[in-house]
Structure formats: structure tokens, C-alpha cells
Design a protein around this ligand. Structure first.
Ligand code: 5SP
Ligand code: FE2
Length: 201
């Protein structure tokens, strides 16, 4: 995928508790890190993200994005620990979570550096993009012109323009890229849409 033009590799970490699915953990990140210097964008769909910070830091994760729904009490400690391990902190929110919940994390003296707006219910790839989530992206972009805003779930050639014009600049795409006969073409289409929207802002 890097050879096809991807900037980052998005790693979905699921604990079988925060979401009804189980995927990979730090050992897989560590194994992958031996083969690439790429930015490993880790999306932690786990109930206790604090327990994962040290192992992911050691494994070589680049970004560590935790969910706001399970971090209401300890996000400040989480952000501080993530940064101390040399990773970039991000916060994610599920479709049912109001966008206002992430504002304090972006406006903190020790802020998160990315907001991940889920455009499907977390847990599985291959689901349908929820266009109504674009109101969240628009609200974030209006308030924070230079923030990294990531969208995740159901992104592909038929949905990218909605996300890009709302102001998203980090695009996660699973099925649409991995299922394409020519992944490079899809990646280039997604990138062009984001670049064109940025020029129009
Ligand atoms: O975090 C998640 C799902 O929980 C996502 O990263 C999806 O796995 C993306 O897959 P597609 O929706 O693009 O197939
Ligand atoms: Fe994800």
C-alpha cells in the first residue's frame, strides 16, 4: 500500500470488549515495524487505552488514537503518557458521541493532535459511510483550521467528496482500497479530492 501511494498505515486495534471484534495488538505492530519506517496510525478500540500506551510505544507505533467514550476521566494523563513515549496522540469518537466532547482535548494546554471522526460504528470494516457525520467534520474544521481531522469507515471514490469538502484531511480507506483491482488509482483519487477541497477553502 505504501508503494501504491499511501502516506500512513492505519492499524485497527480491537479488544473484543469496547467493540464486538478482536484484532491485533502490540506484537503485530512490533513485527511490522521491523519491515518499515512508515507512519503506523494506531486506532485503539479498547476499553483501557492507558494499558496499551507503553507496549505500543515500545512496539514502534507512530500515532496513538484512543476513544473519548472511555477516557473521560483520564485523557490528560493519557495524552501526556502517549507523548512521553514519542507517539502522536489522537482522539476518536463514535457516531453517537457529540462532537463537543472532544473540544476540551483539542483546546487543552497539552492537546491531542488529531481528531478521528468515525463514519461507521467501530468494530468492522466494509460498512456503509454515514454522511450525517459530516456535520461534525464541518464544525471541527470551522473551529480548528489547521487540525488533522481523520475520517474512518466507508470511505472510497463514491464518498470521498463529502468528507473532503467538509474539511477532512486524513482519509482511512480499507475495503475500497484493498478490494480494488488497482489500489494506487483509488488512493490517488482520494488524495486528489482532499487536495482540491483544500484549495477551495
Ligand atoms: O476502525 C474501523 C472500523 O472499526 C475502520 O478503520 C474500518 O476498518 C475501515 O474499513 P472500511 O470501512 O474502509 O472498509
Ligand atoms: Fe479504524
Amino acid at each position: 500500500m505504501l508503494n501504491c501511494g499511501a502516506d500512513w498505515l492505519h492499524m485497527d486495534i480491537m479488544d473484543g470488549h469496547f467493540v464486538p471484534n478482536l484484532t491485533i495488538g502490540a506484537p503485530v505492530i512490533e513485527s511490522l515495524r521491523k519491515h518499515t519506517k512508515a507512519y503506523l496510525d494506531c486506532h485503539l478500540m479498547v476499553t483501557n487505552p492507558l494499558d496499551y500506551v507503553d507496549p505500543f510505544g515500545k512496539a514502534g507505533a507512530s500515532g496513538f488514537t484512543f476513544h473519548v467514550e472511555v477516557s473521560k476521566e483520564n485523557w490528560q494523563e493519557l495524552v501526556q503518557r502517549i507523548k512521553s513515549k514519542g507517539m502522536r496522540p489522537g482522539v476518536a469518537l463514535k457516531p453517537g458521541t457529540p462532537i463537543e466532547e472532544v473540544y476540551p482535548l483539542v483546546e487543552s494546554e497539552n492537546p491531542v493532535e488529531m481528531v478521528l471522526v468515525m463514519t461507521v460504528e467501530p468494530g468492522f470494516g466494509g460498512q456503509k459511510f454515514m454522511p450525517e457525520m459530516m456535520d461534525k467534520v464541518r464544525a471541527l474544521r470551522k473551529k480548528y483550521p489547521s487540525l488533522d481531522i481523520e475520517v474512518d469507515g466507508g470511505l472510497g471514490p463514491s464518498t470521498i467528496d463529502m468528507a473532503a469538502s467538509a474539511g477532512a484531511n486524513c482519509i482511512v480507506a480499507g475495503s475500497s482500497v484493498f478490494g480494488a483491482p488497482k489500489p494506487a488509482h483509488v488512493i490517488s483519487h482520494l488524495r486528489k479530492s482532499v487536495e482540491e477541497s483544500q484549495q477551495n477553502i
